[in-house]
Write a protein that binds this ligand. Sequence first.
Ligand SMILES: Nc1ncnc2c1ncn2[C@@H]1O[C@H](COP(=O)(O)OP(=O)(O)OP(=O)(O)O)[C@@H](O)[C@H]1O
Ligand SMILES: O=C(O)[C@H](O)CO
Length: 589
Amino acid sequence: MVKLESIITQRVHIQLELSSVPILPHCLSADPDSAIHSSHTAHRGNPEVHHTRCTGAPCKDSLMACVVSLYRPLSLLAPVGVRRAIVYRMSLDMRAREVFATAIEAVQPDIVVRRGLERTGDTLLVNGRSFTLKNNLHLVGFGKAVLGMAAEAERIVGDHLVRGVISVPHGIQETIRQHGKDQMLLKDGSHITVMEGAKHNLPDADAQRAAECIKELVSTLTENDMLLVLISGGGSALLPAPVPPISLQEKQDVTRRLAGAGATIQELNSVRRALSILKGGGLAHCAHPAQVVALVLSDVIGDPLDLIASGPTVWTEVWPEEIWSVLERYGLSSSLPVSVKEVLGRSAPRWEKSGEQSDRAAHVLNAVIGSNSIALECAGRRARELGFRPVVLSPGVCGDVQSVSRLYGLLARFACSRDEPPPELPAEILKLGPETGVESWDLCRAMQVLGEGRGEGWGATCLLAGGEPTVQLTGKGRGGRNQELALRVGLELEGMELPPKGPLFLSGGTDGQDGPTEAAGAVTDAGLGKEARAQGLDPDGFLVNNDSFTFFSRLSGGQRLLLPGLTGTNVMDVHMLLIPPIPIVVSGR
Ligand SMILES: Nc1ncnc2c1ncn2[C@@H]1O[C@H](COP(=O)(O)OP(=O)(O)OP(=O)(O)O)[C@@H](O)[C@H]1O
Ligand SMILES: O=C(O)[C@H](O)CO
C-alpha cells in the first residue's frame, strides 16, 4: 500500500514543477473534472478572452487545478509541514479564486435545499417544524436559482408531489445544459412545469402567464394540502400579477422608472407590493387554507423576508402614504397612470381583520435557507485551510462603488503599514462606515484582526465581505459593479507602500454574471495601473465610460477576469482582500 504521505509528497512535487506556469484562474474548481471542464467552457463563453495555452486537451493550468482540488480532501490528514508547503506555493490569485469558488459552492441551489428540507420517512422537517407528507404536496417557485432548487426538492419529496409550476429566467435551461450542470435540470417525466420569462430581468407577458398558472394552482388547494414555495432573487420580475385595472405595461413602466432613478430595493419592492396581487403575502393568501412552507434563498442585505422577491408569502400591510412618498422622492407622483393612482387611492384594507390574519399567518412557514452570510462563512473556512486568518467584515456592504473602493484601499493600507499605522487612518476608515453600510464595531473588529496580522510581519489575512454596492452609470460601456469595484480598488492600491506580492483584491457576483457581461467580476492588485498602461490601456478612460468589462477583457488576455460561468445561484456579491502571508521557507524538498 502506498503511504498517504508519499502520495501527498508526489502532489507537492507536481505542484512545484507546475509553479512556473502562470495560472489560468477559471481553471479552479471544486473537483478535477469540472476544473478541466470549466477551463474550456470559459473560453467558449467569451470570445474576447483568448488564452493561447488552452486548446483541446487539458492544459497545465487544469492540472494545477486538479492538484489544488485533490489537496482539499487530503489537507486535513497531511502533516502540517507538507500542508504548508502546498499552500504557500499557491499564488495569492489562485487562493483568492479558490475561496470565491467555495463561497459559490456553499450556496448552490441543491445544497441549500438539502440543508433546509430534511426528510425522515414521510415526515418533513423545516426550521424545527415537522409536517406529514400524504401525497398532498404541491410546489411553486420563482427566481433565478429556482430551477436547481426545484430539481433538488423533487429528488427529496418527488414521491409525494402532485403538481408544480416554476417561473424561471428566459433561456436558463439551455444555459444550464450548456454549462453541463445537469443536476440543476428537472428530470424527464417531472411533475413540475417549467415556464421561462422575464427577459432582461423585466416582467413580461411570459412571466405574467407563469404567474397566472401559479395563482391558479395555489387557488385550488384545500386544508389537506401542503404547498412548497421556492423563492430566490429575481422573483419579483418572474411573478408579475398587477392589481386590475393596472396593465403589465404600466406596472413595468413604473418599476423601470423607479429603478432607473436610483430607488433602493426596499423602496422598489414596497411599490411592487402595493401594485401586485401576489406580492406582499398575496400568494399565501390565495393558497389558504393549505399549509404553506416557503424556502427562501436571500439576495437582499439583512435577509428581510418581506422584501426578497417582494415577499409573496409574508403578509405585509400597504401604507399608501409610504408608497406616495417613494414615488414623490423619485419624481414619479405627477406622471403616474390613472390605474395606478386608482389602486393607491383605495381605502379598503388589503387583508382581513387582524384576528383572521393571524390565523392565516399560522399556516405559513418562511425559512431562509441560504444567504450571503453562509457563503462568507464557508469562504472563511476555506481561507483558513489555505493559510489565512479569515475575518468577515460584513455581509451588508452597499453604497457607491467609489466609497466602497476607498474603504478597501484604506483597509489595505492599514493592514500593510510596516509600523503602527498613522493615527488618523482608523478614523478615516470609520468615517466611511455609514456610506458603505458597515457598522463601526465591524470595522473595529476587522482592524483588530488586520492589526494582529501586521504584528507578525506582513500578516496573512483574508478579509471577506458581501453585499451589493451601486454604480452611478455615466457612460455607455460594458461592465458591472464588481468589475468596476475591482478596477477602482486596483487604482487605490497603486503607489502605496505594500509587500512585494500583495495585497490582492477580488470582487465577484455569486450568480456568475456581473451586470450585462459574461464575467462574474475581477481580481486586482497594486500593479494593475502599470500593467494596463504598459499595454496602452488607460484605466481612467474605461472607468469614465463604465467600460470595466472591455478593460479587463483587453488586459493581459483577460487573465484578471473571474469567469465561473452562470452559477445557478444568487446571494449578491463577495469581496475579498488578501493580505499576503509571511513567506515560509520549506526545507527538505
Ligand atoms: N456598464 C456598467 N458598468 C458598471 N455597472 C453596471 C454597468 N451596467 C450595469 N451595471 C450595474 O449592474 C447592476 C445590474 O447587475 P445584475 O444584472 O448583475 O443585477 P443584480 O443586481 O445582480 O440583479 P439580481 O439581484 O436580480 O440578481 C446594476 O446595479 C447596474 O448599475
Ligand atoms: O426579485 C427581487 O425583488 C430582487 O431580486 C430582490 O429579492
